[in-house]
Design a protein around this ligand. Sequence first.
Ligand code: ADP
Ligand code: MG
Length: 698
Amino acid sequence: MDTYLPEIFGSLVFNDKVMKERLSAEIYNALQQTIKEGTPLTIDIANAIASAMKDWALENGATHYTHWFQPMTGITAEKHDSFLDVNKQGEVIMKFGGKALIKGEPDASSFPSGGLRATFEARGYTAWDPSSYAFIKDGSLCIPTAFCSYGGEILDKKTPLLRSMEALNKQSLRILRLFGNTKTTKVNATVGAEQEYFLIDKKIGEKRLDIIHCGRTLFGAKPPKGQEMEDHYFGAIKPRVSTFMKELDDMLWRLGVLAKTKHNEAAPAQHELAPLFTTVNLATDQNQLTMELMKSIAQKHGMICMLHEKPFEAVNGSGKHNNWSLSTDNGINLLEPGETPYENAQFLLFLTAVIKAVDEYQDLLRLSAASAGNDHRLGANEAPPAIVSIFLGDELTDILEAVQHHATYKGKKKSTMQIGVSMLPSFPRDTTDRNRTSPLAFTGNKFEFRMLGSSFSIACTNYIMNVIVAEALSQFADVLENTDDFHKSLNELIAKTYKKHKRIIYNGNSYSQEWVDEAQRRGLSNLISTVDAVPHYTDEKNVKLLEKHGVLSKNEIYSRTEILLDIYSKTINIEALTMLDMAKKQVLPSVLAYERKLVEMALNKKRLDESIDRSVEIDLINRLSALAKNLYASIDKLESDTLSTSKGNSSLEIARFYREKVFFDMKALRDDCDKLENLVDKNDWPFPTYADLLYSIK
Ligand code: ADP
Ligand code: MG
């Protein structure tokens, strides 16, 4: 892999450079128009593009093509066809036409549809998304596509994201025009998604059914050494991990992913990869690719890459930080304070739009990060909390306070400035003020959303961010387009909006109980679990918002709610069944076997000489018996709840049952097992312990 980076970067991507080289000017321009304006391609043009793509793919070693899409399962789906065909003369040829490029018809019945697709109608179709480049992965030309039911309702995560980008662009442009900007023709959300993950040895990990079936451990006593020494974070990377990281980077670069930073994370065996930011739809595709490659490359190196939010209890879980900002096509970051008061007024308006948006739609943002896996982080023992709030930092907060009170702002440099939007100070961007506990932190020129779980697609969070900000901007534009005194109205609008929504700003420690109490006093929502959060999808205000901006139809929102709840219940069901299997067939028999050894030992001692002390054996037998009895009862309880046939009549009732009953049964059973693990001889314990797993990579 001693390759020169710029040479390999994007070499497996059918990107703009390749298109320019391989398409005629006429075809290239037609495609650009489709990408920019959504004009449909004629079949002749599609044929020409398909043919160029095929030739390029064959030259680069591909034999197959696949429509690559992002169904509601959260992972990507693909069905491979080879280019192979036979012509009239019976000769083998390589063929790929425009029709196959534009539309595919996978059997949709195996993907979640939340009731949108009647079961007899198995067809669905995938439609090429020309705004995302095709690429070659593992010998297949992958064509990014949207996925719809035959009736046209969308069944994927990508389409609402593309629709939200339209909405955000439209409303942002309205604002920019008000500030006299006539040059910008497009505003995009930009995103950089920092990805956390764990690596463990495959041979050791595969000895545990929970890791195989659930991607996380369901049992495990605390290891003697966890992360308390803080010696892993940014520590030297072990050679085996480093080899993996190098191969991952190399592959990502070839696929045009801007992999930038890699380091060890806080927990043992935990690592992170951060890319450079890019346009949100590409960032979404690229994050999916990153997760997929992490898993497959780890396998190649005899390791398991765990992307679960909480693979190990009492050890830090894994999240995904979604850095989000707004950028114009001429490269201006709209969330960057500028040099002039005028730029800063515009900056403050966009900033207040985010504040208003997040306050009004806390529930949507919260549910975009809701899953059975992430419930172990948000609102549980680990942060960030389930309460959505914004960290702004002291300086910006002071400035907005001054705007609200039409007061004088005393800057850090002791300079005093009169705040009026038409004469805002040019304030310095302060990046030293880092707060790592906030769910949504303003970090100088972007917002960092920290609630996402490591295994999530970033699509949902971003279409929510895009649409809620688009809505706030549209309301702002409605006011500002109809005023005679722009500066006065702007000033008032920022002051009024800030005053109304500043309850969402919290600059303190979001992990503290103090904040939970304070947030309650402020009336912020605290949606502890997935079953508390997800039903808000269908709240009237949310349906109205998503429909208004054409992001999701009412039907699509209802189907998504069903799917999320259903996935939640299924996840816990699989975990419960796996737990039962392990507890009944592995833990209990091992405990009994160990007890038998102790009993034999005690009896042998007695037989040898009655006076030999047997108190340790007898005490251990007593303690083990008592714990085994609890374990036995916990197994029974979990089993009867999990197998109950009367969990509820709707997906919400069923999900609640899993949350309120099965989830707690699992906790109880785990508790019994972990206590037993601490008493049983390690050689008699049926699967690798936390210490074995967390330090499995030497
Ligand atoms: P850290 O948060 O670890 O201090 P940075 O602030 O440099 O690191 O960046 C974290 C992530 O934020 C990176 O993926 C980076 O590309 C991304 N990022 C930086 N600027 C922007 C932006 N304007 N829009 C979206 N993401 C951004
Ligand atoms: Mg960060």
